[in-house]
Design a protein around this ligand. Sequence first.
Ligand code: SAH
Length: 387
Amino acid sequence: MPVVKVSRRGANRLKDGHVWVYRSDIVDANGIAPGALVAVTDDRDKPLGTALYSSASQIAIRMLSTGAVHDLSALLRKRIQEAVAYRKRIVHDTDAYRIVFSEADFLPGLIVDCYNDLLSLQVLTQAMDTEVVRQAVLAELAQSLKPQSVIERVDPRVRELEQLPERSSSLLQGEKTSTVFTMNGVRFQHDALEGQKTGAFLDQRENYAAAAQYARGEALDVFCYHGGFALHLAQQCSKVTGVDSSRPALEVADRNAELNGRAVEWIEANAFDLLRDYASAGQQYDTIVLDPPAFAKSKSNLETALRGYKELNLRALRMLRPGGILVTCSCSYHVSSTDFLQIVTQAAQDTHRTVRLLESRGQAKDHPILLAVPETAYFKCLIMSAS
Ligand code: SAH
């Protein structure tokens, strides 16, 4: 097996339980093939374990094991079985959930989502794209979960960054590409080859249910996509309006409302413009949800991202009736929970409202957080009441 030598800093990171080594901490990886399975040593040749190598990513090494790996396919299959078993223990009230969450399941570079009888798979690294890995993953998914179909969702930007050949999203197994999934009793249409991400924002599943516990009166779901929050709120609220800039997303949201026998008003608009106009027109709500896309894609645009979050939260707080509920989210890893709470606190101060924190939440449990890998914790969801 080829050997990659890492610096003392890289080795210390691994000893602390992290699974990445950045390229700047690689001492020697000459001539190693993209996506290779490699033995990792420190700068004194002491073995540190076995990893997957990327020749393109800044994350050069993703650890698979602190020991030797003799049969990669068998190890991957065992890891998938463990990921499935973990979900069986902790996931309830849904047939749509994440089965494999990359590093958090010790399957770095692989995402697998389940939507009822369909599986959606995403490959994020050179190693996970190799034929031997694909074969092992597909064989185990078929055996463990017996899906009707397996669909691969391709993020072209990820393939470009990993210097992988272009590929389109496609069916890998079976013929079925659409289904209906149910979470917390709410039904959703799913077209496996359409939509954003792998089709839904599964990390919000538990937050939908939590938000519905407090929601009441007239509700506004901003950045509503397929209506995840809106349809959960509609169980409690007298009127629900969903806002998104994507027309295709709203078309699915409308079909979802019909599927659940709910009346929701959908508005195609830029959320920033709409909130500005509604706030200055004195429009009021009892419940507002803010779930924008990741504003901080990297550390470099953190300041701009924080300004974006501040503006949204400020406008939403201005539009809440006394006793109103604000559910505010950030899926930017680079915005820490502390940053996010601080921004929302500043927005509350600027509006002179007394705001009580009801719940501070994160991603659903099927997106596990590894304590040793802080990058696995990316999601913030605050539920608050404003007097
Ligand atoms: N709340 C959703 C997920 C939201 S993802 C759910 O639970 O399923 C972010 C959404 O914001 C996407 O649907 C995207 O189309 C939308 N979006 C991005 N920029 C926007 C903007 N400026 N105004 C309105 N919607 C926007």
